[in-house]
Design a protein around this ligand. Structure first.
Ligand code: NAP
Length: 248
C-alpha cells in the first residue's frame, strides 16, 4: 500500500490513462479525486472505483478560476493534497502546419500546456505550504522525443510540457515538491487511433514498432505511480518515456 492515506488529484481522471491511474492509486490505499469537464463520466468512474476511495470535481483546466477551485476543493474536502497527476489532454486537429487554423492551435495549447501550468501553479502553492508533495505531468513521446507529421500543435504542446516539467522541478524541489513527467507512446485509448482507424488497424500498425504493440493503460499508470512514490525520491525533473522502444 504505497499510497496509504494519501490524497491524489488526477486531471482527465475519467479518461483512459487517467482512469487506469486512478484505479492503480486507489488499489494502493490512496483517496483519488478525479477532475474533468464531464460530470457524468466522472461520476461513473468514481462509482467504478468505489465512493469510499474516489471523489470527483468538475473543472476545466484551461480556466484559471476553475483550476484554483479544483485544487482547493480536492484539498479542502479531503484534508490535503499529496500527489497530483496532470493528465488532461486533447489531440486536436490534425494536418500540415500551413493548414492549421489559429483557433484550433490555441485550443490545443490551452488544454495541453496552459492547463498543466495552471494546475501545477495551484497544486505547488498548496503543497509547498503543507509539507511538500509529488507531481507527475503526462506528456507524450510525440513531444520531446519523437516525430509525427501532421500533429504540430499536439507535438509542440507536449514538448513544452516536458520542458515546463524540468523548469518547475528546479523551481520547487527546494520547497519539497518533486515534479516529473511520463511520456507515453500509443496507449490503449481512442486517442491513439489515427482518423478512421479501428483497434485492429492500430494493432497492425503497431506490429512495426519495437515492442510490437500499444501500451496497456495500466503500464502507463504504473510508471506514474513510481514517479509519485517515495521509491523515486531522488528523481527530479525526469521525463520517463513509456513507448515500447519507439524512440529508443
Ligand atoms: P482521453 O481518454 O481522451 O482522456 C483525456 C481526458 O482529459 C478526458 O478525461 C477529458 O475529460 C480530459 N480533458 C480534456 N480537456 C479538458 C479540460 N479542458 N479540462 C479538464 N479536463 C479535460 O485520453 P488518454 O488517451 O487517456 O490521454 C491522457 C493523456 O495521455 C493526455 O494528456 C494525452 O495527451 C496523453 N497521451 C496519450 C497517449 C495515447 O496513446 N492514448 C499517448 C501519449 C500521451 P473531459 O472531456 O470530461 O474534460
Amino acid at each position: 500500500m504505497r499510497f496509504d492515506g494519501k490524497i491524489v488529484l488526477i486531471t482527465g481522471g475519467a479518461g483512459g490513462i487517467g482512469r487506469a491511474t486512478a484505479h492503480a492509486f486507489a488499489r494502493e490505499g490512496a483517496t483519488v479525486v478525479l477532475a474533468g469537464r464531464d460530470a457524468a463520466a466522472l461520476a461513473e468512474a468514481v462509482k467504478e472505483i468505489g465512493s469510499d476511495r474516489a471523489d470527483h470535481v468538475v473543472a476545466d483546466v484551461t480556466d484559471p478560476a476553475s483550476a484554483v477551485g479544483m485544487v482547493e476543493t480536492a484539498a479542502g474536502r479531503h484534508g490535503g493534497l499529496h500527489v497530483a497527476v496532470n493528465n488532461a489532454g486533447i489531440l486536436g486537429a490534425a494536418g500540415p502546419v500551413a493548414d492549421i487554423d489559429a483557433a484550433a492551435w490555441n485550443g490545443v495549447l490551452a488544454v495541453n500546456l496552459t492547463g498543466v501550468f495552471l494546475s501545477m501553479k495551484h497544486e505547488i502553492a498548496h503543497m509547498r505550504a503543507h509539507g511538500g508533495g509529488a507531481i507527475v505531468n503526462v506528456s507524450s513521446n510525440i513531444g520531446a522525443h519523437g516525430r509525427r507529421p501532421g500533429l504540430a500543435a499536439y507535438a509542440a504542446s507536449k514538448a513544452a510540457v516536458s520542458v515546463l516539467t524540468r523548469t518547475a522541478a528546479l523551481d520547487h524541489i527546494g520547497d519539497g515538491v518533486r515534479v516529473n513527467a511520463v511520456s507515453p507512446g500509443a496507449s490503449d485509448t481512442p486517442m491513439s487511433l489515427l482518423p478512421g482507424e479501428t483497434p485492429a488497424g492500430r494493432a497492425e500498425r503497431m506490429r512495426a514498432t519495437p515492442s510490437g504493440r500499444v501500451a496497456d493503460t495500466a503500464e502507463v499508470a504504473e510508471s506514474i505511480l513510481w514517479l509519485a512514490s517515495d521509491a523515486s525520491s531522488h528523481v527530479v525533473g525526469h521525463d520517463l518515456v513509456v513507448d515500447g522502444g519507439v524512440t529508443a
